[in-house]
Design a protein. Structure first.
Length: 804
């Protein structure tokens, strides 16, 4: 892109600077014909014409160089036609240019000066300052021409924003070399969250230098520390600016050129007494803004130069196959949000930063998590690549104007979000490459055949299940089995976190870093394809903060799996039935959990469009997230109803002893009221810290009966879990026990709905009815193999087939 001619430096060092002359660099007024010269005679200010004698301009130019020497023009759009103009410094400290009493141009100053003077400096900066203040550069001037650039950038001149004074310094090209009327080409800093310098052609982006990455502009790899230039980019609350200074006496300037639509840098060569071309921007095809379209990259050394990013394919393949590639690319398969991961690409000029957000305080790992958690975040990387890298920048939406450099170290690493299927195929590719290089070719061939074979089998099984109509309308991410196998470490015992009636639950971690819980249905589980798909469809549509979120599923060969968000704190039974862990749950926390479960269940019964009866609510089906929020899980046995039908009858009874309502356990009649019963039992368990049904010695203890007996004797508080005695508020706990007893009444019609329960829990003003005798589960006790003891182990769901 840029041609660097280092030899130029040697020949162009200028040493011949005039000795101090009596200064006429300061002035109060200036007329055509007169000039003001900077102290060392480098620049002059005056009225000049550029070829046409009828148009003259107040301008600054190099004093001793023959051509292309203008660096600043005041009245570019407003030339003067004769020599009757005058430039005057007025007493408040403003320069005013008038022509026959017409105002042509003037400066403005935020404050009035006491004793102002105008001065042309050797940097090429025309300034207004207090006469008696030291004339050090870098001082706050009352006004300076460097704040109002024309088409030329000089050493020490800032481009960009003074946020305090609301000044935006920009280069604006002249219409042509002999017409300083402002053209439509500009070079500006745009204040994105991650600011960038653009060359704009009118309102269209023409070229992008890339954001400042701590070392250089992302799109300017040659911008390395060197003995000639010092580059300085500042971005803080006061300013966002870029400037360069010189460490040698080189004479150099950067000019924005409307004709060539470029921004070349020239260096003065004393040997040839001419300006030599040094470099330019944009320099090559890939430097022009967005030539390859969205989600693609441009590489000057490739043919064709445009290609899609990993995991993306051309938006319109026909156009892509021709040379016309500005349409860009789109994802091969859709993102799944939480299950996605990232691939990285090295050697890039990072994408357009219009839609970004920056957090300088976090590292790359946190950046990844933050990006993963925001479903519209498409890419991230360090915002500062200096040292070992720091800060976080995230991109939202399409990734635009990416360039790939031939040498990876010339560019930056970008982490791009992809769906699990793409991550997996990339991993396979990598492993294939590894095999191919490390193992003999013959083995490579065998492996290739093996992969093909596996692929065929996989495709066959996909085809098979695709034929089954009930899978067709799953609108959930389908995960490849291989991804889950890797995530759960091949379903290792160490990853197992639970065992239920239908199979095992494993903890896993995806390539993206996301932790998941995989419910792997045992192959001979009672839950057939129909139940599985039932559960998947249900949970995919049902979303509430007190319900566990289903992230995806996997159906492959005989495997059926559900992938849930992972709950760090495991299930509720783990806490309440454990004398040590129980201490972690004081009364306010338990009350919060009770209310959460009630809201989740109410949502299932009333608010979700589907009206769902859970049928297996119990402590081990309530999971706790990192802040101990309860989430109801395991909808495997749920049934949906239409508006009308809120009762059902089944010959398959599914549930857990101790939680089942009598009418359900005995007659298979279930309804939202049988869920209310289970809720009541669970509520009492949470308060008592005891299982609803357990063995104590040889006796089977029924918690509900026990509570009822004490309640009748006005001694209900005796059963409160000693773990929360200190924090318990007697009136609240009693009211909760009361509500619990209302829920476990024998007859379904006596039990409140979950909506009432939520209301009763939320207000202590509503009078509660006196509870009637609770329902008992008496029959068929012998079916249960082993009664669990009053604390420990998990209550297993059972499935009963009642003859009908
Ligand atoms: C300058 O103005 C004079 C008088 O109006 C005119 O004769 C001449 O052609 C003009 N020159 C140019 C280059 O426009
Ligand atoms: C020069 O400009 C002045 C003021 O704008 C105008 O009155 C005058 O006619 C112009 N002269 C010529 C020769 O164009
Ligand atoms: C970038 O990081 C380096 C080294 O950690 C630090 O010195 C520098 O100030 C940072 N630059 C910016 C722009 O934050
Ligand atoms: C601008 O570009 C044109 C065309 O390349 C060239 O002839 C001209 O000298 C350039 N002007 C400057 C000031 O660089
Ligand atoms: C930024 O986001 C807006 C809104 O989604 C979109 O219209 C625009 O094209 C995006 N710009 C870039 C450069 O990504
Ligand atoms: C994702 O990030 C964008 C941009 O910062 C923000 O507007 C949006 O609210 C975020 N979305 C979520 C779900 O956090």
């Amino acid at each position: 892109m840029s041609i660097i001619v280092y030899t130029l430096f040697v020949s162009s060092l200028v040493v011949s600077i005039a000795a101090d002359t009596p200064s006429n660099s300061q002035f109060q007024s200036l007329s055509p014909g007169e000039t003001i010269v900077s102290p060392r005679g480098i620049f002059e200010l005056g009225f000049f014409n550029l070829g046409n004698p009828n148009k003259s301009y107040l301008a600054i130019r190099y004093k001793s160089y023959p051509d292309q020497t203008f660096v600043w023009v005041a009245n570019g759009a407003n030339p003067i036609n004769d020599s009757s103009a005058i430039l005057k410094l007025n007493s408040p400290g403003s320069l005013v240019l008038t022509h026959y009493n017409n105002h042509v141009w003037s400066t403005s100053s935020p404050k009035e000066a006491m004793n102002p003077v105008a001065e042309l400096l050797d940097s090429g900066n025309l300034v207004i300052r207090e006469k008696n203040e030291a004339k050090l550069e870098g001082k706050e001037y009352l006004w300076q021409s460097f704040d109002y650039p024309s088409n030329t950038m000089l050493a020490g001149m800032k481009i960009g924003w003074d946020l305090k004074r609301k000044i935006n310094r920009r280069l604006i090209a002249w219409k042509s070399d002999d017409d300083p009327t402002p053209g439509d080409l500009s070079w500006i800093i745009v204040l994105h969250p991650y600011p960038e310098i653009y060359m704009m052609s009118g309102t269209k982006k023409h070229h992008r230098l890339g954001p400042w990455n701590g070392l250089r502009f992302s799109g300017m790899p040659e911008m390395k520390p060197n003995p000639v230039f010092n580059y300085k980019f500042v971005s803080n609350k006061d300013e966002v600016t870029y400037m360069w200074t010189l460490q040698t006496s080189l004479i150099t300037k950067v000019v924005l050129n409307q004709t060539s639509q470029q921004r070349p840098r020239y260096v003065w060569s004393e040997a040839t007494r001419s300006w030599n071309f040094y470099s330019t921007m944009p320099g090559e095809y890939c430097d022009y803004y967005g030539v390859c379209g969205a989600n693609s990259f441009c590489s000057s050394t490739a043919s064709p130069m445009c290609d899609c990013l990993k995991g993306f394919k051309p938006k319109s393949p026909e156009k892509w196959n021709s040379m016309y590639r500005t349409e860009g690319c789109r994802l091969k398969s859709p993102l799944t949000c939480m299950l996605d991961g990232f691939v990285h690409v090295d050697g890039l000029k990072v994408p357009d930063t219009t839609n970004t957000s920056v957090d300088e305080s976090i590292d790359l790992e946190k950046c990844r998590t933050k990006c993963l958690n925001n479903c519209s975040c498409m890419a991230y990387t360090n915002s500062n690549i200096s040292g070992s890298g720091s800060g976080c920048v995230m991109w939202f939406g399409d990734l635009l104007d990416i360039k790939l450099y031939p040498a990876p170290e010339s560019g930056q690493r970008l982490y791009i979000r992809l769906p699990p299927s793409e991550l997996d195929s990339i991993r396979h590719k990598v492993s294939k490459i590894m095999y191919a290089t490390s193992v003999a070719a013959a083995i490579g061939v065998i492996l290739a055949i093996y992969f093909l074979y596996r692929r065929k089998i996989y495709e066959k099984s996909m085809a098979e299940y695709n034929n089954e109509s009930y899978v067709n309308d799953l609108d959930l991410p389908l995960l490849d089995l291989s991804i889950i196998i890797v995530a759960t470490n091949k379903f290792s015992e160490g990853n197992k976190i639970g065992e239920g009636g239908f199979g095992s639950v494993y903890w896993g971690k995806l390539a993206s870093g996301l932790e998941i819980a995989v419910k792997r249905l045992s192959k001979n589980s009672d839950q057939g394809m129909s139940e599985f798909v039932n559960e998947v469809k249900l949970i995919a549509r049902v979303q509430h903060r007190n319900l566990v979120k289903l992230l995806g599923c996997c159906i492959q060969k005989k495997e059926k799996m559900l992938v849930y968000e992972y709950m760090v704190n495991g299930s509720l039974d783990y806490f309440i039935f454990d004398s040590t862990k129980g201490k972690l749950l004081d009364w306010p926390k338990r009350f919060h959990i009770i209310c959460g479960i009630a809201r989740g269940l109410m949502y299932l019964h009333q608010d979700s469009r589907l009206r769902i009866v859970h049928r297996d609510l119990k402590a081990s089906n309530v999971l706790l997230d990192d802040t101990l929020n309860p989430k109801i899980s395991d909808f495997g046995v749920a049934k949906t109803f239409g508006e009308e039908n809120i009762e059902g009858n089944t010959n398959r009874i599914v549930g857990t002893y101790g939680y089942m309502a009598p009418e359900y356990a005995i007659d298979g009649q279930f309804s939202i009221k049988s869920d209310v019963f289970s809720f009541g039992v669970l509520l009492l368990e949470i308060i008592c810290g005891k299982k609803s049904r357990c063995s104590s010695g040889k006796q089977i203890v029924h918690l509900v009966d026990h509570v009822w007996t004490l309640w009748k004797k006005d001694m209900a508080l005796q059963i409160v879990d000693p773990n929360m005695e200190d924090s318990c508020i007697a009136s609240e706990v009693l009211r909760c026990i009361h509500i619990g007893l209302l829920c476990v009444q024998q007859y379904p019609e006596d039990r409140p709905t979950m909506t009432s329960v939520v209301l009763l829990l939320g207000s202590d003003e509503v009078q509660l009815d006196e509870p009637k005798e609770p329902g008992h589960f008496v029959k068929k006790e012998s079916i249960e193999a082993n009664s669990s003891s009053c604390s420990s182990t998990n209550a297993m769901s059972i499935t009963l087939l009642t003859a009908r």
